[in-house]
Every structure is written in C-alpha cells, then in structure tokens.
Design a protein around this ligand. Structure first.
Ligand SMILES: Nc1ncnc2c1ncn2[C@@H]1O[C@H](COP(=O)(O)OP(=O)(O)OP(=O)(O)O)[C@@H](O)[C@H]1O
Length: 590
C-alpha cells in the first residue's frame, strides 16, 4: 500500500476495480475453506457403520460447484486488482516521461541515463507489485488467515492457541525486520543504477574505448561495479533466505505439534469430541494458513521494496520544473524574428563565473547573421538562451521587442528552428527525422529540405532511400550526412528564426558553399543565425558578431571587420595558413 502524494490518487481512480477485486478475493477466501469441511464430513461418514452414499455424492457436487465459483472468482480478482496495477504502472510511466521532458538541462547534466532508466524499469515494477500482488497478499494474509484461524478455533480452541503462538512470534519479527529489509533493497537499487549508468555509457562510447585500447581496464571497472551489485544482491538474498527459513521452521514446528497433539485428541475422542474427519479438516485449514503467513511476509518484502522505489520516483517527480513560463507571460502570435540582446550577462546554474559578459547586439528580422568566435567563447551558450533552455534575468534578450522571459516557452521554441552542434538524430527513418517538427508532412517537403541541405543525392543512394532507418537500428551515416540531415530537419520546420550551431563543420567547403547559397535563397526575409569557427562560413553574411571570451569583440560585415578588427584579421590569417598547410590555396573560402 502506497500513500505518497503521487500514488494515493490511484486508489480513488481505480476504486471500483479495487473494491470489486477485494470483495471477490475475500469471497473466494471464504469459499475455498468450505471444501475441507465437506471433505472432513465425507471422511467421518466413511467411519460410520452405515455409509451415507447420498451425502458423499452431495459433497462431491458441492465441491465441484465451489471449484467452478472459485475459478471464476480468481479470474475476476486477477483481472481487477492486477489489471488496475498494470494501468497504474502505465500511467505513472507516462507521467514520469512527461515530467522528464520538462526538466531542465541542469537536471540532465547531473543525472545519468542509466540511472533514469532504472526508475522506469525496476522502480516502477516495484510500485506495480505493491498495487497488485502486494494488495492481494495483504488481503489474503488477513482474511484467508483470519477465516482459517476462525474455523480452526471452532474445531478446537486449545490446539489453535498452541499453533498460533509461533505464527504470532513470526509476524512480530517480520514487522521489526521490515525497515532493514527496505534499507538493503535501497542499496541494491543504487548499485543497480550505478551498473546501469556505467554499462550505458560504455556502450555509447565503445569507439573511444577501442581507440584508446581501454577494453581490459573498462572491464575491470565494470567488474568492480558488478561485484558491488552482486554483494548487495547477495546481502539481500541472504537476508531473504534467512527470513524464509525462519518461516518454514516455525511452520514445521506447528505442523508437528498439530499432528502429535491432534492425534492424541482423536485417540481420546470419546472425551475430546475431535473426530478423524475433523482432524483432517483442521490440518487442511492449517495448510491453507501457510499461504497467508507466507503472503504476509511477502507483503512486507514487497512493501519495503516499493517504499524504497516510491521515494526514488517521488524525488524524480518532485524535481522542480525550473524552466517554465513566467507568471506575467505575454501571449504573442506570429513573431517575425527581430532579436535584441541587451547587456546580457549569463552564468550557468552550476558554473562559477559568467560565460557571457555584457553582451549586446541586434539582429533585424530577415538578416543572415554569423556568430563567430574561438572555441569556448560562448556561442552555444548564447543559442541555448535564445531557445530558453536556461532562465535568465529579465530584459536581456528580446524577440520582436518582447522580453524572452515573458514570452511563452512554446512560442519561442516554435519560432526558432535549431540545428544542434551534436546533430542528434533518432533511430527512425530519414523521413521521420526530417519531418520531426510535424505530425504529418508531405514527401515533397521532405525531399525539398533534403535538396536544400545538399543531402538528397546521398539519401537516394541508400537502398531504402528516404525510408532508410538511421542509427542503432539501421544505417550509420557519416558525420557530414548527419549534419545535413539535421539541417534538413530544421529547414523543413520553416521557422522564423533558424539557428545553425557549427552545422557545416563536417562538410567540405564546396558543400558548405552550396548549402549557404541555398539558405540565402530560401531564407530570404527570415532570420538565419550561423554559428561558426570558419570565416568561410560567415563571410557572406549580412552581419558578423565576433565573440571573444564571452564578450562581443566586434560587430560588422566581413569587409568592415577586415578593416577594423585585429582579432578578425588574426583569424583570417590563421585560416589562410591552415589552408596552405592542408595543400589548398591560401584564400580558399576566404
Ligand atoms: N552546462 C554548462 N555548465 C557550465 N558551464 C558550461 C556549460 N556549457 C558550457 N559551459 C562553459 O561555457 C563556456 C562557453 O561554452 P560554449 O559551449 O558556449 O562555447 P562555444 O563558443 O560554443 O564553444 P565551441 O565552439 O567549442 O562549441 C565554456 O567555458 C564552457 O565550459
């Protein structure tokens, strides 16, 4: 039973399922205890001088009817209780995924994917177990156990008291060890999370591991983590084995007591009144009682595991959504793409100094602008802020004169098309990747976007053409092809503002030229921002913003900067040298 704020609502939501399930379960518990009574009576009839055949036939008929009712009942409670637990698991999964999509980059910078996966797999499973089998075991433990004890006491009170003492002791012990069981389970989950993180990261970076011949070392590090999980696992299992042995021991003691003491009672039945049929009935009840006892102990295990998992899931779901619309949000339609950055200073939430310092510039709607700068100068950070990936102080970035902090995040991101630096593509078809911004998009539009980003011919060479599946489940594309598919994805969105973060670095200068001149043509009248290291990428832009160590070093056209900016001149010279070293003409692309 889980009553945390993210879980209790499901009891209400599935109240009908739970009520029907529990009611049927209790009915089945009662009905199944009718059978030993009938069998006991049949046995006693057999001991009589005159065997009552009619009574035996009636008994058999009743047992058959009960068996059918019990089978139907078992189906019904399984459907309702287990069905509800599966539905709850499904819904929590959706809620968690949705919440995950709202969490900030800072959260993902600190959380590893493997760890997150274990919330969705192990922890959710533990929660489902609490809502389904856990509830079943609790009800069975109390009701089937209670009914059995009641019937046993009716048959012989004294024998029942003797049998109940070890069982009671056992229950008390179980309640006391519940806390340490939960702690052990938590440790096990943590180790599982670490191993899962490690495995995920290793296989993602397998190329680097091979290139650095780190296989043996990584294996040893993996083994360390695996040993740790094994030890935690064994710690937990040993504990469980100990608990289960204690339970069986207690049960065996009780069974022995019942048989010895019960047989004596039957031998002296003249005075005690216990018939052989009743002793059989009694032993049947006791064997039935084994399950509720086990069920209660299993319930305590399930409950401890679920509590540990619930805490982990709660901490995930309670993680604040930091990036959200402000209270004074202004709903604005049809942004044109004027961007103004005014005295922007920005420090990452976990950073120790600003990465952008007093940055100011303006981009008019429809302009094609290059943001140039050495590595680490703050170009990508600036783009993150345009996309509202981070919060910033008010009145530092404006789109069409509106403070970005007051615009709905949805509107800002809908307005901007983004080609990320890592060009992440999904393991789906090229069509799905390029049409990612849309529920449905025509084939012509996809092809057009592929042509503009100069990747159409490459795609047509693939066997499945636009239906080629990329990545893990399909074809591995080159870095340049990946970049161009990623550009096509942003172009297909046809946004008011297009931001390309170092997006042509992996293609040759000829392809770069082709893409840029296509963009000049199709992006006429729409804002396009190119982030680049290479002068060749930005030199034809209307305006170049040169960043240096988080500050604006200069703003102007290629010609203006060549005349006025020392840093720019140095960059041009360096690129000319690089061209010469690579065997081209010094002015190639310049
Ligand atoms: N999530 C982050 N948290 C803290 N600091 C960060 C984070 N991301 C980037 N930085 C720091 O911000 C500075 C600017 O990084 P940024 O990625 O914006 O540079 P860049 O100009 O785009 O570099 P490159 O051309 O290499 O991509 C760097 O010093 C970097 O270490």
């Amino acid at each position: 039973m889980l009553f945390g704020k993210h879980f209790r609502k499901y009891y209400l939501k599935y109240a009908l399922f739970f009520l029907v399930g529990v009611f049927v379960l209790i009915a089945v518990d009662w009905l199944q205890l009718e059978i030993p009574q009938i069998i006991g009576r049949i046995i006693d009839t057999l001991y009589q001088d005159q065997v009552d055949e009619q009574m035996i036939l009636d008994g058999i008929r009743r047992i058959a009817t009960l068996a059918v009712m019990i089978a139907f009942g078992r189906f019904l409670w399984r459907y309702t209780i287990f069905g509800a637990s599966r539905r709850i698991e499904y819904q929590l999964q959706n809620v968690m995924f949705r919440h995950g999509t709202k969490l900030s980059q800072s959260f993902y910078a600190n959380e590893k994917v493997g760890g997150l996966m274990s919330y969705f797999i192990n922890d959710l499973q533990a929660i489902r177990m609490a809502f389904g089998p856990g509830l079943l075991m609790l009800v069975d433990g109390f009701f089937l156990g209670g009914f059995a004890i009641y019937r046993m006491a009716n048959l012989n009170g004294k024998l029942t008291i003797i049998a109940a003492i070890p069982m009671l002791l056992l229950t008390v012990v179980m309640v006391f060890i519940r806390k340490s069981m939960s702690a052990k389970f938590k440790l096990r989950q943590k180790s599982f999370e670490e191993l899962s993180d490690y495995t995920q990261e290793n296989f993602s970076g397998i190329t680097v591991i091979k290139a650095f011949v780190r296989e043996a070392k990584e294996y040893l590090l993996f083994k360390q983590r695996n040993d740790n999980l094994y030890n935690k696992q064994m710690g937990f299992v040993k504990y469980m084995v100990f608990v289960n042995i204690m339970i069986s021991l207690a049960l065996n003691v009780v069974i022995l007591t019942i048989i010895v003491y019960g047989s004596l009672l039957v031998i002296y039945r003249e005075s005690t009144g216990l018939t052989p049929g009743q002793l059989t009935e009694y032993i049947s009840y006791f064997f039935t009682l084994i399950w509720p006892t086990m069920a209660l102990s299993r319930f305590i295990q399930i409950q401890s595991q679920a509590k540990a998992s619930a805490e982990r899931i709660e901490s995930f779901l309670d993680h604040e959504v930091e990036i959200k619309d402000s209270d004074d949000v202004e709903h604005v339609e049809n942004l044109k793409g004027n961007i103004e950055v005014r005295n922007l200073t920005f420090q990452y939430p976990d950073g120790d100094q600003p990465v952008l310092k007093d940055v100011s510039f303006q981009i008019e709607a429809g302009q094609m602008v290059g943001i140039l700068g050495r590595t680490g100068s703050g170009k990508s950070s600036l783009v993150d802020l345009f996309l509202r990936i981070y919060n910033l102080d008010k009145n530092q970035i404006f789109i069409d004169g509106h403070d970005i902090m007051k615009l709905p995040i949805h509107t800002v991101r809908e307005t901007i098309g983004y080609v990320p630096q890592d060009n992440f593509l999904f393991s789906e078809s090229i069509t799905s990747n390029i049409g990612f911004a849309y529920q449905e998009i025509s084939g012509e539009k996809i092809e057009e976007a592929a042509r503009l980003s100069d990747v159409y011919d490459n795609i047509m060479e693939f066997k499945e053409k636009f239906q080629t599946v990329l990545g893990e489940r399909g074809v591995t594309v080159s870095g340049g092809q990946k970049q161009r598919i990623s550009i096509a994805r942003a172009l297909a969105k046809n946004p008011e503002v297009l931001v390309l973060d170092d997006s042509v670095s992996a293609v040759d200068t000829k392809t770069e030229d082709a893409i840029i001149s296509n963009l000049h043509r199709v992006r006429k009248g729409r804002t396009t921002i190119f982030i680049a290291h290479r002068i060749s990428t930005v030199k034809k832009m209307d305006k170049i913003i040169l960043l240096d160590d988080g500050r604006v070093a200069a703003v102007g056209s290629h010609k203006e900067l060549l005349k006025t900016c020392k840093l720019y001149q140095d960059m041009v010279k360096r690129q000319q040298l690089e061209n010469l070293v690579q065997g081209g003409s010094s002015n190639e692309g310049l």
